[in-house]
Design a protein around this ligand. Structure first.
Ligand SMILES: Cc1cc2nc3c(=O)[nH]c(=O)nc-3n(C[C@H](O)[C@H](O)[C@H](O)COP(=O)(O)O)c2cc1C
Length: 367
């Protein structure tokens, strides 16, 4: 089995999975529980000068494997974290990343205290793009431990801001955060599903993975600094995808909320299996391997499909879902393709869960 040990800023992690800041990082004891369940490092709930008072409700299920939330920062006093919870987590064996936000004043007053309380690293997080770089600059003056800047997918210049954060002294980037604002309505009551202003919330979990991957890939090509790729990872194979676009470690928040802390054991096992399957000895060996392929893919060469009748489960989706009616499949599993109708979009391959249908370049059951 591939070894999952990962090094982040010289700190050894038993796994590349990091519990991101969220409800499961609400206290020192919660951080220990996540670490014991298999997280390589754990991020505190965001510590701020004023404790949060959350609207109700503030966290509900949305699409499969996906959450919407309007949960604020930590509802503990900053002093609770500084005087007790960080030390509890560290003494309990966790690698602790102290999250500090959400405005420059919070960093000024809290960053040094969070580091002195025992955080192995500090992560700075902001609600606004404008405040981020000044907050990093401020934090850099105050803390010697490795400094992460957490950037948001909702900022128009997210990649440029990540670059500026590194120039301002961040050692690495956490990319990214939940996506929004978004809205869901409870049709039984005609009211928003979430409390808070306008019922607006933020999306996290499986639905946001493609957004995260694109941003991580661009930041990885723009800065030479470790990235904690965070957003949408639900399975080991998602984590491999995140490493391939340049992440050094992989943040998860929604998946352990949705399936319990045992998610860390499963994610570790699945990542290890996928690293073995695709021939990578470690997470570091897979880092950035997709980046050279992110070039102009506007090629017009027609695809060459292959079909394995022995693997086919006769689901017929390749035929039924072809928008152009180009596919046919006989009862004795002879696959047909009308080349005049086929636009070579490859959707038939995408919907083939059994992996019977593929394209020569290698696209086979990549859902
Ligand atoms: C309920 C909830 C609360 C969160 N609270 C925080 C927070 O206090 N600070 C923070 O930096 N990120 C917070 N996040 C964002 C997560 O750390 C993470 O960046 C985001 O959810 C994307 O990862 P995921 O798709 O694995 O959940 C929160 C996310 C959720 C779902």
């Amino acid at each position: 089995m591939a070894n999952l040990e990962t090094t982040l800023f010289g700190q050894k992690l038993k796994s590349p999975f990091v519990l991101s800041s969220g409800p499961l990082s609400h206290s020192g004891a919660a951080l220990i529980a996540a670490s014991q369940a298999g997280a390589g490092a754990v991020v505190t709930k965001t510590i701020s000068l004023v404790r949060a008072d959350n609207p109700m409700p503030h966290m509900v299920l949305s699409a499969p494997n996906t959450l919407i939330n309007c949960e604020k920062w930590s509802d503990l006093e900053a002093a609770d974290w500084i005087d007790r919870e960080i030390a509890v987590a560290r003494e309990g064996g966790a690698v602790v990343i102290g999250s500090v936000g959400l405005a420059p004043q919070d960093v000024r007053e809290l960053a040094a205290k969070v580091a002195a309380a025992g955080a192995h690293m500090v992560e700075v997080v902001s609600y606004t793009e404008e405040a981020m770089v000044p907050m990093v600059r401020e934090a850099r003056k105050l803390v010697k431990v490795p400094l992460l800047a957490k950037v948001s997918p909702n900022w128009p210049g997210v990649v440029r801001t990540a670059v500026e954060c590194v120039k301002a002294g961040a050692d690495g980037i956490t990319a990214t955060d939940s996506f929004g604002p978004i809205l869901r309505i409870d049709v039984a009551t005609a009211r928003p599903m979430l409390g808070g202003p306008f019922g607006h919330g933020w999306l996290s979990g499986a639905a946001i993975k493609p957004i995260t991957l694109r941003i991580v890939s661009e930041i990885a090509q723009a800065v030479d600094a470790p990235i904690v790729g965070t957003g949408g990872v639900a399975r080991g194979v998602d984590a491999l995808e995140m490493l391939m676009v340049g992440a050094s470690a992989v943040g998860v928040c929604s998946q352990p909320i949705l399936t319990g802390l045992k998610a860390f054991g499963r994610l570790n096992r699945e990542l290890s299996q996928n690293l073995d399957k695709y021939g990578y000895a470690s997470p570091a060996a897979a880092k950035g391997v997709a980046l050279p392929h992110l070039v102009d893919r506007e090629q017009k060469t027609r695809l060459s499909f292959d079909y394995d009748p022995a693997a086919c489960n006769d689901c017929h989706l390749c035929v039924d879902l072809c928008p152009y009616g180009a596919r046919s499949l006989s009862k004795d599993r002879v696959m047909g393709l009308d080349e005049d109708k086929c636009r070579h979009c490859s959707f038939c391959v995408s919907v083939c869960a059994s992996g019977a249908l593929g394209v020569r370049e290698g696209l086979r059951n990549r859902r």
